[in-house]
Design a protein around this ligand. Structure first.
Ligand SMILES: Nc1nc(=O)c2c([nH]1)NC[C@@H]1CN(c3ccc(C(=O)N[C@@H](CCC(=O)O)C(=O)O)cc3)C=[N+]21
Length: 287
């Protein structure tokens, strides 16, 4: 029976620490501010954005949600982002994904200033972590590290297998684990005989968005299994891992819900505070 890695409890620890840090910053007159740009009226996106606002309020971060119509023109959205870039009270900007299909996501993400790019999706920030000088890590990836470290699961020298290569999760997570000296295998849609790789994993990260992708025959006895999937099946939430069966074999496992998801939100708050502190330091440097 695996140890269940309680993401909700770890996220609470992270937020408790942040609340302290934010209250100290507020005493110096700095109020960290996050702006979430939400385009359209997708119900799942709206629900994520609500939990982000709630977390911000919980730790003392000022959060504003800018809601835009689904049919907004690309240039108008870009102009709105540029205004946020120029607004000195705003430290962090997040464009909620996915965007409506008529919008060019890559082009839009380039218009979030790298110093305010709380998701770490701007090419400059991808370049920074790819070259070993990260400004920050994308929230879900940062959350995975937080779970591993606070659960005292060693990374260096271990074999980490990541299933998925998205910009949001799979690719940055591979880079992070590599930076922490894991031996990294990155699998994806065209991987032939996936099981041959996942069975080697000491740390298995499932980030493919496919229910029941990982079953008990896909994991090594004692492995740590991190389930990043969020799939709505028959009105409830499941990950990419067949939890009940894999739990018998793994050494440690994150549930869905209550695993990585809560950390993603907590790390968004941590990244926001980090960007606010850098902003403050640079302002002082130029005095
Ligand atoms: N620019 C951008 N940055 C993101 O970080 C981003 C995004 N767009 N678009 C959507 C995905 C998804 N995402 C989640 C956040 C919290 C939970 C979460 O808190 N999940 C809870 C349950 C939530 C529920 O019950 O629906 C859990 O797993 O326990 C899940 C998923 C952030 N994303």
């Amino acid at each position: 029976m695996a140890r269940i890695l309680d993401g909700k409890a770890i996220a609470k620890q992270v937020k408790d620490e942040l609340r302290q840090r934010v209250s100290q910053l507020r005493e110096t007159g700095l109020v960290p501010k996050l702006v979430v740009v939400l385009v359209g009226d997708d119900a799942a996106s709206a629900s994520y954005v609500r939990s982000k606002s709630r977390a911000a309020q919980d730790v003392g971060i000022d959060a504003e949600v800018i809601q835009m119509p689904a049919n907004i023109a690309e240039d108008e959205l870009i102009r709105a982002l540029e205004r946020l870039n120029e607004d000195n009270t705003v430290h962090a900007v997040l464009v909620q994904l996915p965007l409506p299909a008529h919008l060019d996501t890559d082009r839009i993400l380039m218009h979030v200033h790298p110093a305010k790019d709380v998701d770490g999706f701007h090419p400059v920030n991808i370049g920074r972590y790819a070259t070993g000088t990260p400004l920050l890590w994308p929230c879900t990836t940062a959350g995975i590290l937080e779970i591993l470290e606070r659960s005292e699961i060693p990374i260096a020298g271990r074999t980490a297998v990541i299933v998925g290569r998205s910009r949001i999760v799979g690719w940055p997570t591979a880079q992070l684990l590599l930076a922490h000296n894991a031996t990294v295998i990155q699998c994806h849609r065209q991987t032939v005989n996936l099981r041959e790789y996942t069975r080697q994993a000491d740390i298995l990260v499932a980030a493919a968005g496919q229910p029941s992708l990982i079953g008990p025959d896909d994991v090594k006895v004692g492995a740590t299994v991190i389930d990043v999937g969020i799939n709505r099946v028959g009105g409830h939430l499941v990950g990419d891992v067949d939890f009940a069966a894999v739990e018998e074999k793994a050494g440690a496992i994150t549930p869905v819900p209550g695993g990585v998801g809560p950390l993603t939100v907590a790390m968004l708050m941590k990244n926001t505070v980090h960007l606010a502190e850098i902003h403050q330091r640079e302002k002082e440097g130029f005095r």
